[in-house]
Design a protein around this ligand. Structure first.
Ligand code: NAP
Ligand code: GDD
Length: 344
């Protein structure tokens, strides 16, 4: 008998890769989608003809839709990936972020109980390294204390604890993957890596003059999304429900990401100046191609994320360095060079 999975957030970066992975593994895959004025679902368009892939309307802000959906699909596994996932935007829409990112998790857990599936359905919660926020230890591991540092992170912290609470109170198989940043050619265009890979491609092809960024010194542990969804699956196949840090164990700055990305696009960069006056210069032409803008600074920013994936490596057998940082940047820029070629 094939297993049935429900993915919330199936139209997102991770949801699309996870749907592909589960279909390859022979699952019947159900995805929850929101109604919007455009039916743009480019990340999953290629899956629409697969007879084992099904879409249903629903929303994490609407408990009845979750009860109906979970009661109809009766999944063996739920991957709760849906979220207002942009940290900077969470400062603009904090209440909505809390409703979807925090209470939304509770709604999924309660829907599973209301449908009488708490003994059979395993639940994965998309948790985040943002929980470590204003970090209290470097690198961060499962035992590192949390210090969330944005409305998004505070909401995700509720999600983490309510999953743990349901695991202990009702003996449910529900777990959180504490995932560090993971990127890809499907990454949303306002996250910093994709913003850089697209700009590098456009500047190299003479279609954009300058890239404006915020904090260039911010440090992240960036992995490849396609590798990370495999870990979500492994967490639910584990004998016991446990939480795992998922990271590469390698750290780079936003400035370094720019250097690698522009190099891949054929531009050698040199950075000069400091703080708001720092600029990135094209060494060959002397032109300023990167400037810092206060628009992309956050009221509080997380600046030192670096994960220790030892537990995932030893207990799940997961390989954190399957795709290296250099390979990740290359595949994003190569993808965007082709995409930009087609732009007018
Ligand atoms: P993403 O590309 O922004 O996708 C978010 C998904 O959630 C989209 O499918 C979106 O649907 C859906 N969604 C948003 N609000 C919803 C609502 N109210 N009801 C139902 N669906 C809703 O995010 P991602 O990068 O794939 O990340 C997946 C999850 O992992 C998120 O929970 C994120 O917070 C978490 N996470 C991500 C990272 C990372 O580095 N990528 C790291 C740690 C944790 P639309 O297409 O309709 O907008
Ligand atoms: N977005 C953005 N845009 N970030 C910038 C910019 C810019 O122009 N300039 C500098 N940054 C810095 C941010 O201040 C932050 O320190 C870092 O680059 C990464 O920003 P994002 O790419 O927006 O990602 P994030 O780390 O805030 O959040 C992502 O990763 C989390 C896991 O740690 C999201 O995917 C979250 O959903 C996820 O939980």
């Amino acid at each position: 008998m094939s297993k049935t999975a429900l993915i919330t957030g199936v139209t997102g970066q991770d949801g699309s890769y996870l749907a592909e992975l589960l279909l390859e593994k022979g699952y019947d895959v159900h995805g929850m989608v929101r109604r919007s004025s455009t039916e743009k679902r480019e990340r999953i368009d290629h899956l629409m003809d697969n007879p084992n892939f099904h879409l249903h309307y629903g929303d994490l802000a609407d408990s009845m839709s979750l009860v109906k959906l979970i009661g109809t699909v009766r999944p063996d596994e739920i991957y709760n990936l849906a979220a207002q996932s942009h940290v900077q935007v969470s400062f603009d829409v904090p209440e909505y972020t809390a409703d979807v990112v925090a209470t939304g998790v509770l709604r999924v857990l309660e829907a599973v109980r209301v449908c009488g599936l708490e003994k059979t359905c395993r639940i994965y919660q998309a948790s985040t390294s943002e929980l470590f926020g204003k970090v209290e230890e470097v690198p961060q591991r499962e035992t590192t204390p949390f210090h969330p540092y944005s409305p998004y992170a505070v909401a995700k912290q509720y999600g983490f604890w309510i999953v743990k609470e349901y695991r202990e109170a009702y003996n449910m198989f529900c777990c959180s993957g504490i995932l560090f940043n993971h990127e890809s050619e499907r990454r949303g265009e306002t996250f910093v890596t994709r913003k850089i890979s697209l700009a590098a491609a456009r500047i190299a092809q003479g279609k954009q003059d300058k890239l404006y960024l915020g904090n260039l010194s911010s440090l992240r542990d960036w992995g490849y999304a396609r590798d990370y969804v495999e870990c979500m699956w492994l967490i639910l196949q584990h004998d016991t429900p446990e939480d795992f840090v998922i990271a590469t164990g390698e750290q780079h700055s936003v400035r370094e990401f720019c250097e690698y990305a522009f190099r891949e696009a054929g531009i050698e960069l040199e950075f000069k100046g400091e703080g708001m006056d720092e600029v990135g210069i094209d060494k060959a032409t002397g032109k300023v191609v990167i400037e810092v803008s206060p628009e992309f600074y956050r009221p509080t920013d997380v600046v030192n994320l670096w994960g220790d994936p030892t537990k995932a490596k030893t207990e799940l057998g997961w390989n954190p360095t399957k795709t290296s940082f250099e390979e990740l940047v290359k595949l994003m820029v190569r993808h965007d060079m082709k995409l930009v070629e087609k732009e007018n």
